[in-house]
Design a protein around this ligand. Structure first.
Ligand SMILES: NC(=O)c1ccc[n+]([C@@H]2O[C@H](COP(=O)([O-])OP(=O)(O)OC[C@H]3O[C@@H](n4cnc5c(N)ncnc54)[C@H](OP(=O)(O)O)[C@@H]3O)[C@@H](O)[C@H]2O)c1
Length: 272
């Protein structure tokens, strides 16, 4: 009989990514760290990237115990820094087979309280940053070698995203970009997909938004629990793996059914 708990922890064949190189942006914390750990455990060499050395140095210590890894400082908003990151990965590992665009961030605020600069900052990070890294990796490593899998980690905003309109707009942009690139790059055997976690994933975000927000999210989730960063990582790894070889341009929600039913937080009363 299937050991469900064991299968949930290790759902993929050992060595699945042997010989492959993966880049995970935002790989020093939360979901990105879980993705980096799983890819390493499955045999990939993994480069992680983020802005804060404190994030990626601590992660490196964990990751080096699992496999061959490397970290680069990079702000994905800056094309020059992205080019240097790709230089570093290619120098160290010589190829890039998998790119996970996981880096991103946003803040809770109704639209009327978001300044134009605040809106622009989120769009620059979550949409332009994703484009910068994707373009650099695809043109320098994937398209020339006629292979690659790109997975963009977005946010489940399929019904709109009140109180986070900036990121809703940016992530909708990433989802549409995913579909365009999936078609443009199919001839190069580069697949491009999205994983869209609900805002009910227990990760480092708990510290930012607070337990109360996550309790509301749990109640609004049909599966009546929060998801884990490992469950998001499994979806990312699936889309990067040969098992998904005929899947491109897809948006895979990982949200315990949250998008289909229930509101995470109530719409404020008029005048409230
Ligand atoms: N947790 C959830 O419930 C949830 C739900 C839906 C979607 N998501 C999305 O999933 C992704 C991962 O989230 P998480 O929960 O794991 O949060 P997190 O721990 O805050 O991860 C975000 C990572 O992105 C990096 N980052 C942010 N801006 C960057 C930039 N300009 N350049 C380079 N790196 C940057 C951060 O590292 P540095 O600060 O070192 O740069 C951090 O490691 C994010 O895009 C998030 O919005 C999360």
């Amino acid at each position: 009989m299937l050991d469900f708990e064991a299968a949930r922890k290790n759902p993929f064949a050992p060595g699945l990514f042997a010989g492959q190189v993966a880049v995970v942006t935002g790989g020093g914390t939360g979901i990105g760290l879980a993705v980096a750990e799983e890819l390493l455990a499955l045999g990939a060499k993994v480069a992680i990237a983020s802005r804060d050395p404190a994030h990626y140095q601590a992660a490196l210590e964990r990751l080096e115990k699992i496999g061959e890894t490397w970290a680069g400082r990079c702000d994905i908003r800056e094309p020059d820094e992205v080019a240097k990151l790709v230089d570093g990965v290619l120098e160290r590992f010589g190829r890039i087979d998998v790119l996970v665009n996981n880096a991103g961030g946003q803040f809770l605020a109704p639209a009327v309280a978001i300044s134009p600069r605040g809106f622009e900052a989120v769009v620059r990070n979550n949409l332009l940053g994703t484009f910068n890294v994707t373009r650099e990796v695809a043109t320098r490593a994937m398209i020339p070698h006629k292979r690659g899998a790109i997975v963009n980690v977005t946010v489940n905003a399929s019904r709109g995203f009140p109180a986070m309109s900036h990121t809703g707009a940016a992530r909708a942009g990433v989802e549409n970009l995913t579909m365009s690139l999936a078609v443009e790059w199919a001839e190069h055997d580069v697949r491009v997909n999205c994983v869209a976690p609900g805002n009910n994933i227990r990760s480092s975000a708990v510290d930012r938004y607070g337990e109360a927000a996550f309790e509301m999210a749990r109640r609004a989730t049909p599966q009546k629990r929060l998801g884990s960063v490992e469950e998001v990582a499994h979806a990312v790894v699936f889309l990067a793996a040969p098992a998904a070889s005929f899947i491109t341009g897809a948006i895979l929600r990982v949200d315990g059914g949250q998008a289909l039913w229930g509101d995470v937080w109530p719409i404020p009363e008029r005048g409230g």
